[in-house]
Design a protein around this ligand. Structure first.
Ligand SMILES: Cc1cc2nc3c(=O)[nH]c(=O)nc-3n(C[C@H](O)[C@H](O)[C@H](O)COP(=O)(O)O)c2cc1C
Length: 217
């Protein structure tokens, strides 16, 4: 029985790795950077097809650990994360925040996360101009970490912000920024469908977003 369990675990791992490698191959063919950058950045993306499997506590906490190490103005670390796991009592509450389009693919997520930021500095209570900017950096860390671990990480703005604030008791002085779906990628037979279904996005050219000496947008 133990041997059988080990074999199943090993086969699952191989299938999972195949899925991850296939993602990366598709990404590296379809995305071309104008200048040399880290593959970890180029290969981060937001797929939607997940297997419905749960994430381990270690996997989840690694995501938040990565988020924790982002830089922020005055090292204020304004980011806050509230999450619900798929099989928990809170799942339905989080899932019902989402617009139906996002519910369609999030039903197979392992966890849903709400991203919140504190509007003021801890040290003097004054408003922080950069709390959302800082929290954006933190979410990107989480995303890069999750992608590197072979997980699906997908941010969302398609949800009811007011309901989140009310139902999760988010106090005044905190801003609800976004939600994130995380999960294990779909695997095995779903892989081909996944590659056809998922969108591999491109980016504006550098010339449209970088200006020398004066704004020229
Ligand atoms: C703050 C934020 C909100 C987003 N909201 C949604 C959403 O509600 N639904 C969705 O399917 N994708 C959503 N996305 C995913 C974006 O469409 C995606 O990141 C973008 O097209 C770039 O693709 P990539 O992440 O694969 O590089 C969101 C992304 C971000 C960063």
């Amino acid at each position: 029985m133990l041997m059988y369990k080990r074999m199943v675990k090993r086969i699952s791992l191989v299938i999972l790795l195949a899925a991850v490698v296939a993602h990366k191959e598709v990404l590296s063919v379809k995305r071309k950077a104008e200048y040399k950058i880290l593959n970890t950045i180029l290969e981060r993306w937001s797929p939607r097809t997940m297997s419905g499997e749960p994430l381990s506590q270690d996997e989840l906490m690694s995501l938040f650990e990565a988020a924790r190490w982002a830089p922020s103005s005055y090292n204020n670390q304004p980011w806050r994360y509230v999450y619900a796991e798929k099989d928990s009592a809170a799942w339905a509450t989080f899932f019902n925040f989402l617009v139906s389009q996002n519910q369609g693919w999030c039903k197979n997520a392992g966890a849903l996360i709400v991203v919140i930021s504190k509007d003021t500095f801890d040290f003097n209570g004054e408003p922080s101009r950069t709390h959302s900017f800082d929290t954006g950096a933190s979410w990107e860390n989480l995303s890069i970490q999750g992608n590197a671990m072979g997980l699906v990480v997908h941010a969302m703005q398609g949800f009811d912000y007011d309901r989140v604030k009310k139902e999760l008791n988010v106090p005044d002085g905190y801003t609800v920024e976004a939600m994130i779906a995380v999960g294990k990628p779909a695997k095995g037979g779903d892989l081909e469908a996944l590659q056809e279904m998922e969108e591999i996005t491109q980016r504006k050219p550098l010339s449209e977003i970088v200006f020398k000496e004066t704004f020229d947008g």
